[in-house]
Design a protein around this ligand. Structure first.
Ligand code: 13P
Length: 252
């Protein structure tokens, strides 16, 4: 049985005061919740303060990105050890905005994945197709290429520490959510790929989140799909009620 995992990706939003208020609200409202893993990934400059606000709560801390080198002359970058030092448990890697706006490649994402695993951060590795790739019938090829590229050299044991997020790019921030059938088809393909590349045990254990316009009113039916094990939430993670509304969708 895979434990559901709902994570908020705050992206480059909020100011310090509103980020703190959001974290405090989530810490309070998630008190006593059981049977689900929760996390938020604030902008890196707020990670320290948000970690303090979440201390002792049911909400874990994550980062939105990391650099693969341990230290040195890499202006503007942040290391795995730095994020661990601030209490981060997770790191989002290969988000489509980093792939398509910042130009991150599978090879770079792969280096970051290995650095995160070696340093004790649990990677949330994102994959997802563009609209024209979906329309050209290439969705599963894209997913496979990103999976193989981002996860190259990851051992069976390490795979147990990875979460995969399927985020169709056309559904991110657009209000156009993938239908439960569209999402489930890709999640099942990812599960089969895990079995092909690893084995049945790994395929059954790895959690696969869906991301892309997840809201309280569409979460229940998405999360009810057999291979959807949680959500990576953007816009709706910026409001306590909406994020907790999505979490509530799990228990309906
Ligand atoms: P939205 O929920 O705003 O569509 O963003 C999804 C996402 O990119 C989460 O990483």
């Amino acid at each position: 049985m895979r434990r559901p995992f709902i994570a908020g990706n705050w992206k480059m939003n909020l100011d310090r005061a509103s980020a703190l208020a959001l974290a405090e609200g989530l810490a309070k409202q998630s008190k006593g919740l059981d049977g689900v893993d929760l996390a938020v990934c604030p902008p890196s400059v707020y990670v320290d303060a948000i970690g303090r606000a979440l201390a002792g709560s049911n909400v874990a801390l994550g980062a939105q990105n990391v650099y693969h080198e341990a230290n040195g002359a890499y202006t503007g970058e942040v290391s795995v050890a730095m994020l661990r030092d601030l209490g981060c448990k997770y790191v989002i890697l290969g988000h489509s905005e980093r792939r398509h706006i910042l130009g991150e490649t599978d090879a770079e994402i792969n280096k970051k994945t290995h650095a995160a695993l070696a340093g004790g951060l649990l990677p949330i590795v994102c994959v997802g197709e563009l609209l024209d790739e979906r329309e050209a019938g290439q969705t599963l090829d894209v997913i496979r290429r990103q999976f193989d590229g981002s996860l190259a050299g990851v051992s069976e044991e390490q795979m147990g520490n990875i979460v995969i997020a399927y985020e169709p790019v056309w559904a991110i921030g657009t209000g156009k959510v993938a239908s439960p059938t569209q999402a489930e088809e890709v999640h099942l393909a990812l599960r089969n790929l895990l079995q092909e590349r690893y084995n049945k045990g790994v395929a059954e254990a790895v959690r696969i989140q869906y991301g892309g316009s997840v809201k309280p009113d569409n979460a229940t039916v998405l999360l009810a799909q057999p291979n959807i094990d949680g959500a990576l939430v953007g816009g709706a993670s910026l409001k306590v009620d909406q994020f907790m509304g999505i979490v509530a969708g799990l228990t309906k």
